[in-house]
Design a protein around this ligand. Structure first.
Ligand code: GUN
Ligand code: ZN
Length: 649
């Protein structure tokens, strides 16, 4: 079974059950060469804490002694490890040394017979320099072999490798075909040469194309990725598993791996590593160790550094700061920065998985931050969903301390006295009408005061776009006292702009879609504010509580009366998660919706969206928040799908 415990964008923390225990991902599986053991597997588990490792069935099968022992005792006993053992098939050997004498059926059956927890198909390694036709033939053969492997896998979990060289269409269609097969894990293969040559932009394209076609309810393994440099980026793109032989190879070469890159022991001036392998050493004492001991220490260091980086990325996921981590990491090498910059091409896809809001504030770390899906989200929703109020004059303010409505309150009061004015801030996210200033991530973001050119250019483009679609009688930029005087002499009118009413209306349309405000606030509206903070808390219509506004992200939670209004306004499946009768019985009591019980849902739903839980007859049963997107909701068989807040009688 596979369960998504936590997700942030495409990144996720999952649990994957195998015969030898449950793997929590993201996870690194160290490579064990059964003929050249650098760190004994027991040490790997007990001392370094690796729950799973990967070894090569081809090497075992080719050695008569190992082969016999593996068939008699099983692979776990052979290598002396009671954790999860994944086996590879010999494909990588064919990439390294040319054709190998091997038949798919035989090597898959062998992996099954030696008790591998996760065995791998004998896929064809599609090299980055292959043309499209050669690649297509290799993909077809890989798919054929995967089907064959699935029919004989028995109890073993099967890894079906996505190939397709650097052709995104071939990667995606290969992934899609595999998704329909009885396969349990999806490695993305053929990427080692991309990583060796630091072609991280191409790596990004390959991962995203593969993810598009794959089943979200299966772990994705990035084959041969074992450098801590790439973990954060790969995790952000939804890779769950990694494997590394590099820790040992690099150690043999006196090289230490860090998230910032690789250092040769001879080039290091200091040893600033607190890992258990380095802690007792100075640079000199480490360098002076006898060859074998030194190699062991460095191999351990490399594994500790890798493990720590995965833990670091997990922490960032919990804290909602994975983008910040990735942007920081990708600045450690220009080639990684290419990978980060390539994400701009994929922002539309990434936006589908971007949560409605995060707990922490968004930190701008540089121009690449503008490529984040939260910028695209705001831009699209603002231009598609926002309706300006009827005021005649628009006064534009510069970006300032947030929340803008507090910063500019005195000025707005002054201007409203002399003109029929509405207000907007030229923020790095684009034009922010003053009533949207508390919505995530507008208020929950930090930017440097000294702006870079890209950001200035971005704001300019947005404002130009705005100028084409706005319908005010007049727009002007606030330019000190002169603006007040000018407006005063010009109109002499007063503004009747009510920021509270405008806010609840604008947020409703921004969050639920155009027309939501009309549907929700269709009667006598009463806005209840907090006595302490003066922030909007609840909105009542004709005495019924329809929505509450959340202080942390400035967005709404729906109450039953509001949910009913939106249900009436928007036809199914809009805003719906349609559950089967078994689930409905539970949800009726306020219990959560779990995987395996969802019949269908709105394809536009994003993580953290407010949803209407309905039965097949479109009867409203409960209100909650999504944790997954549609294809995940339909694919997962286990785990939380909708966090139900309250049942609707
Ligand atoms: N190890 C590294 N890359 C690959 C790959 O593409 N396929 C297999 N089976 N193993 C790998
Ligand atoms: Zn160390």
């Amino acid at each position: 079974m596979f369960e998504i415990l936590k997700r942030d964008g495409l990144a996720r923390i999952c649990r994957f059950d195998t015969k030898h225990g449950t793997l929590e991902t993201p996870a690194l599986l160290p490579v064990l060469n059964p003929r050249l053991i650098t760190i004994p597997p027991s040490v790997m588990k007990e001392e370094l804490g690796f729950q799973a490792l990967i070894t090569n069935s081809y090497i075992i099968r080719n050695d008569p002694v190992l082969r016999q022992a593996a068939l008699e005792k099983g692979v776990h006993q052979l290598i002396g490890y009671d954790g999860i053992v994944m086996t590879d098939s010999g494909t990588f050997q064919s990439h390294m040394y040319g054709e190998v004498e091997l038949v798919n059926k035989d090597i898959v059956a062998f992996q099954r017979d030696i008790g591998s927890d996760i065995g791998t198909v004998l896929d064809i390694f599609t090299e980055p320099d292959w043309g499209p036709e050669k690649t297509r033939q290799a993909v077809d053969e890989t798919l054929h072999r995967t089907k064959e492997a699935a029919s004989i896998k028995g109890e073993m979990k099967l890894a079906g490798v996505v190939q397709g060289s650097v052709y995104p269409d071939q990667r995606e269609s290969c992934a899609r075909e595999m998704a329909s097969m009885d396969v349990d894990v999806h490695p993305i293969g053929g990427v080692v040469p991309l990583m060796e040559r630091y072609r991280f932009a191409d790596l990004v394209d390959v991962i995203i194309a593969s993810k598009k076609g794959l089943m979200p309810a299966r772990p994705v393994h990035l084959f041969g990725a074992g450098h801590p440099m790439v973990f954060a980026l790969a995790i952000l793109l939804g890779c769950d598993m990694f494997d590394s032989a590099s820790y040992a190879k690099f150690a043999r070469d006196d090289r230490l791996m860090f998230p910032e890159g690789t250092m040769h022991l001879a080039d290091m001036k200091t040893l600033e590593c607190e890992c258990p392998a380095c802690r007792a050493h100075t640079l000199e004492s480490l360098a002076a160790l006898p060859d074998k001991e030194r190699m062991l220490a460095l191999a351990k260091h490399n594994l500790y550094a890798s493990k720590k980086e995965i833990e670091r990325a997990k922490r960032a996921m919990h804290e909602g700061t994975l983008w910040e981590l990735v942007e920081t990491r990708c600045r450690s090498h220009p080639a990684l920065l290419d990978g980060l910059r390539r994400l701009r091409e994929h922002r539309k896809y990434l936006e589908r998985f971007e949560p409605l809001s995060r707990e922490g504030a968004m930190f701008y770390t540089g121009p690449e931050s503008l490529n984040r899906p939260c910028f695209l989200r705001y831009e699209e929703r603002y231009f598609e969903r926002y309706r300006q109020p009827p005021n005649k004059i628009l006064v534009g303010f510069e970006d300032a301390e947030r929340p803008y409505s507090r910063t500019y309150a005195p000025l707005m009061a002054k201007l409203s006295d002399v003109a029929d004015a509405h207000f907007l801030v030229m923020s790095p996210f684009g034009p922010v009408p003053i009533e949207l200033d508390e919505v995530y991530p507008i208020a929950q973001s930090l930017f440097p005061k000294i702006k870079d050119r890209e950001m200035e250019e971005h704001v300019k483009e947005m404002m130009e776009h705005f100028s084409h679609c706005q319908q005010y009688g007049m727009c002007l930029l606030y330019d000190g006292e002169g603006t007040v005087e000018m407006l005063s002499s010009l109109s002499g009118e007063k503004s009747d702009f009510d920021i509270d009413v405008a806010k609840v209306r604008a947020v409703a349309d921004y969050q639920f879609g155009k027309g939501a405000a009309d549907a929700l606030f269709d009667g006598k509206m009463q806005i209840v504010k907090s006595k302490n903070t003066d922030k909007i808390r609840n909105v009542l219509v004709d005495g019924q509580h329809v929505v509450s506004m959340r202080a942390p992200d400035g967005l709404f939670t729906l109450r039953p009366a509001g949910a009913k209004k939106l249900q009436k306004k928007f036809p199914s499946p809009r805003m719906r998660v349609i559950v089967n009768a078994d689930s409905a019985e539970f949800n009726k009591e306020g219990k959560n919706v779990f995987g395996g019980f969802v019949l269908d849902c709105d394809p536009e739903l994003i993580p953290m969206d407010e949803v209407l839980v309905v039965n097949e007859a479109d009867e409203l049963i409960a209100i909650g928040r999504t944790v997954l997107v549609r294809n995940e909701m339909l694919a997962v068989k286990k785990g939380l799908v909708v966090k139900v807040r309250e049942a609707v009688a």
